[in-house]
Write a protein that binds this ligand. Structure first.
Ligand SMILES: *Cc1c(COP(=O)(O)O)cnc(C)c1O
Length: 376
């Protein structure tokens, strides 16, 4: 078998990046340097363009992993006497609730099973019944199971009630269309190391300018205050506090390749092809996806684990890794699953190669019962 030198990451961030993106990190930058601050400005401008927010919104970058930016968005946009509604269909929704709890922001949830979408009609009903709710915090693609939530319909409902919408679009930004000209939102949160195929280390929040201007003093935190980060950046062109210089330079290069590839349409189509090839290839081995295809986002696919006593995830993971691919454990509480990402810089052979590695692993582990017994 011809092993790739580095394994392909089929994980939804960190993910496989291109040589060009990694090469962009082979240079050191000073945080005061004009050339570096032009890179920051370009990253802000281009990410804003992806959601067509140039006229209405501002991009505020922030150091840290994606969760830092979600927390900063909640802390900066939701005033201390605000009240957040979290439609909850998975692990990342629950993380938002945890953030609200940690920040002392009042919140409530509408709970759904992990294999269903959030329903706009439920949000409509809850907002109508409770005028104290000021914000809705939605996860666009719930990366826990891979469910795509109906962002546009929910945004229309939230706007109808005159409330504020904060969207965790971490795993969809750049691959699934979000258009600020048509879909009303006050904040969309994303990060460098997901569908833009940069390296991890920074997030960014696309915030409605008229909302951001009124956010001074909301944040409980200095480092996580997006208003302060924005105001400082506007004044100085610099980041407040040490910027993740190499990460910014890599993201800039990754965005250049994103544009060359054909932008959102091309990126989304490539991921959709990966997703289809993955589900079809795995079906031939007997694997069944956890979700109905109608609600599956083309980002990450959850599969039922083989129903065979010879299976355990750790061995399975190690064996697939030996064959050049990195899988992701399941994130569901009730049933045994594993996940395979469809995103990242790898060629069209990546998914068939991964399916072949999984087939080979099943043989090596002596696993014959792949589908759940009830369906076999
Ligand atoms: C990746 C991701 C995050 C951020 O996770 P980090 O580990 O902090 O980078 C948040 N929300 C969703 C939906 C994600 O997929």
């Amino acid at each position: 078998m011809n092993l790739p030198r580095q394994p392909i990451l089929l994980t939804p961030g960190p993910l496989t990046t291109s040589d060009r993106t990694r090469d962009a990190m082979l240079r050191d930058w000073g945080s005061w340097d004009g050339d570096f601050n032009q890179i920051t400005a370009r990253v802000r401008r281009e990410t804003l363009r992806i959601v067509h927010g140039e006229d209405t919104h501002e991009c505020v970058p922030l150091q840290g992993s994606g969760t830092f930016s979600v927390e900063a968005a909640i802390g900066t946009l939701v005033p201390r006497d605000g009240h957040v509604l979290v439609p909850n269909n998975g692990a990342y929704c629950q993380r938002i609730m945890k953030i609200c709890r940690a920040l002392g922001r009042r919140h409530q949830s509408i709970d759904y099973p992990e294999d269903t979408q959030v329903k706009p009609a439920d949000i409509d009903r809850v907002l109508a019944a409770d005028p104290s709710i000021t914000h809705v915090a939605l996860v666009h693609c719930e990366t826990g199971a891979g469910v795509l939530n109906p962002l546009h319909e929910i945004a229309m409902v939230v706007a109808k009630h005159g409330r504020s919408l904060i969207v965790d679009a971490m795993s969809s930004f750049g691959a699934i269309d979000i258009d600020a000209r048509q879909t009303p939102f006050d904040a969309v949160v994303a990060a460098s190391g997901k569908c833009l195929e940069g390296v991890p280390g920074m997030g960014f929040v696309i915030v409605r300018r008229s909302v951001l201007e009124r956010c001074e003093g909301n944040s409980h935190s200095l480092a996580m205050d997006l208003y302060d980060q924005w105001a400082y950046m506007n004044r100085t062109t610099q980041w407040r506090f040490t910027p993740p210089t190499h990460v910014v330079a890599a993201l800039d290069q990754a965005i250049a390749q994103y544009i060359e590839e054909g932008g959102l349409e091309a990126r989304g189509a490539r991921y959709a092809r990966n997703c289809r090839a993955l589900i079809d290839g795995m079906a031939e081995l007997g694997f069944r996806p956890f979700l109905d295809p109608s609600i599956q986002a083309p980002i990450i696919v959850t599969f039922h684990a083989p129903d065979d006593p010879a299976y355990d995830f750790k061995t399975f993971y190690q064996e697939v890794k030996k064959r050049g691919y990195i899988l992701y454990p399941g994130k569901l509480t009730q049933i045994e699953t594993f996940r395979v990402g469809c995103i990242g810089h790898f060629g069209e052979a990546g998914i068939p190669g991964a399916v072949a590695a999984i087939a080979d692993t099943l043989k090596a582990m002596g696993i014959s019962q792949v589908s759940p017994k009830a369906l076999a």
